[in-house]
Design a binder for this molecule. Structure first.
Ligand SMILES: [Cu+2]
Length: 417
């Protein structure tokens, strides 16, 4: 404590000493007949040289910054479009660096070369069309190249997924991810938020989950109803504050139950043969993978930096992204010399207290190993995925397929009548 005070005291004295010194210096100049509103040639020369010293110091500082942060750049790209994106980024860096170096050399060199000295009058120039043209057309040309290149890359990345893409759903919620693969039918089953439960993270629709949810809700309704008639106590008046609270909850649960009953009557795509993965998911190398993203609660962001992929996951609005991985996990382990290397899916939106922990490992492997892994998984119906490995080629549910489904349903309805 004493030491802190002493250091503070010495600091204050130091500042006072500097202030006094500056005053002495100024007084001495005044005595020598120096006027404050006039700058001497000597001062101008000193300032102009300092401009050059600053220029080199400035460049040295940037070079150093780049050197110490160079391993903080994105890791090597492991997707097909990522290679093109990196080219685009590096091309931007190149143009920016050249413009930065040239303009700063010009700025500081001119300040040095044309520093003021007594008796010299500056040129008065109000306008120059040629100069205006030069510094408009050159940057515009470079901007056009960057924009055209960028738009092309963007169109490629956001184009429709190829027909033979493997479809995978990524589902986000506070605070974890789930991956879902379509089963033998090659189509992801339907899902509904109202079905989310402790046994059904993603709220997928299967007859079993619908029934279970009804049983669960009926249990909850019974519990709430029992609260109105506590054992050994008089019945609670439904119009009392507490009674109103219980009734409100019972009504809410009843409405939820009605929604589930409505769902049961709908024509839906059974998700029973789908496969849900909770921690490490696999994708095949050199095959396009089409991701569909959903979110349960808030906006999360699916971020796969090695594949140069990021997409917001929005409650109520499925989003999508597709890419083709080109380097397997094994190959990347060899390349980086890191035995433990893994690709990751992260959440890149600050979505709550455990946001930092929202990630999944992604294993990229050859198609045969991928099929083998998939075949070992268990479906929602509790069956081994087995045979499904052969059925993963046409996973995309196209608009035509949707129409077929619609027609089939109408036919079925006609038959029933
Ligand atoms: Cu998140």
């Amino acid at each position: 404590m004493m030491l802190t005070l002493l250091i503070l005291f010495v600091g204050v004295l130091g500042v006072l000493a500097v202030v006094q010194l500056i005053r002495v210096f100024e007084l001495a100049r005044k005595i020598r007949g120096h006027r404050d509103d006039q700058v001497t040639n000597r001062e101008n020369r000193f300032q102009s040289r300092m401009m050059m010293v600053f220029l080199f110091g400035y460049f040295a500082f940037f070079a150093w910054c780049f050197w110490v942060t160079k391993d903080k750049l994105l890791p090597e790209s492991a997707s097909e479009h990522g290679v093109g994106l990196d080219w685009l980024l590096n091309f931007n860096f190149l143009i920016i660096t050249i413009a930065f170096v040239l303009t700063h050399i010009a700025l500081f060199y001119f300040a040095y070369r044309y520093s003021g000295h007594r008796g010299h009058k500056a040129v008065y120039m109000s306008h120059d069309n040629r100069l205006e043209l030069v510094w408009t057309i050159i940057p515009a040309a470079f901007m056009a190249v960057i924009i055209i290149y960028g738009l092309n890359a963007w169109n490629d990345i956001t184009a429709d997924a190829p027909e033979d893409a493997h479809q995978i759903e990524l589902y986000s919620f506070q605070f974890a991810w789930r991956a879902r693969y379509p089963g033998q039918d090659g189509i992801l089953g339907d899902a509904n938020y109202n079905l989310v439960s402790s046994t059904n993270d993603m709220g997928v629709m299967t007859p079993k989950f619908l029934d279970e949810k009804i049983v669960e809700l009926e249990g909850d309704i019974a519990l709430e109803t029992a609260k109105l008639k506590p054992e050994g106590y008089p019945e609670i008046d439904p119009s009392s504050t507490m009674g109103k609270q219980y009734t409100k909850e019972i009504n809410r649960l009843e409405r939820h139950k009605k929604r589930i009953q409505k769902l049961q009557q709908l024509e839906y795509q059974d998700a029973g043969d789908d496969i849900m993965i909770a921690d490490t998911f696999h994708i095949p190398v050199n095959k396009p993978v089409h991701f569909v993203f959903r979110s349960r609660d808030v906006i999360h962001s699916a971020y796969m930096p090695h594949f140069r992929a990021q997409m917001n996951t929005v409650p109520g609005t499925p989003t999508e992204f597709h890419f083709k991985p080109i380097v397997t996990t094994e190959e990347m382990r060899e390349k980086t010399g890191d035995e433990e290397f893994n690709y990751y899916l992260y959440c890149n939106k600050i979505c709550g207290s455990s946001h930092y922990n929202m990630k999944m490992i992604i294993i990229v492997e050859d198609e045969a190993s991928y099929a083998e892994w998939l075949a070992e998984q268990t479906t929602y119906n509790g069956e081994p995925a087995g045979e499904l490995a052969t059925g993963f080629h046409h996973l995309k549910s196209t608009p035509e397929n949707e129409e077929d489904k619609q027609e089939a349903t109408e036919d079925e309805v006609a038959q029933m009548n």
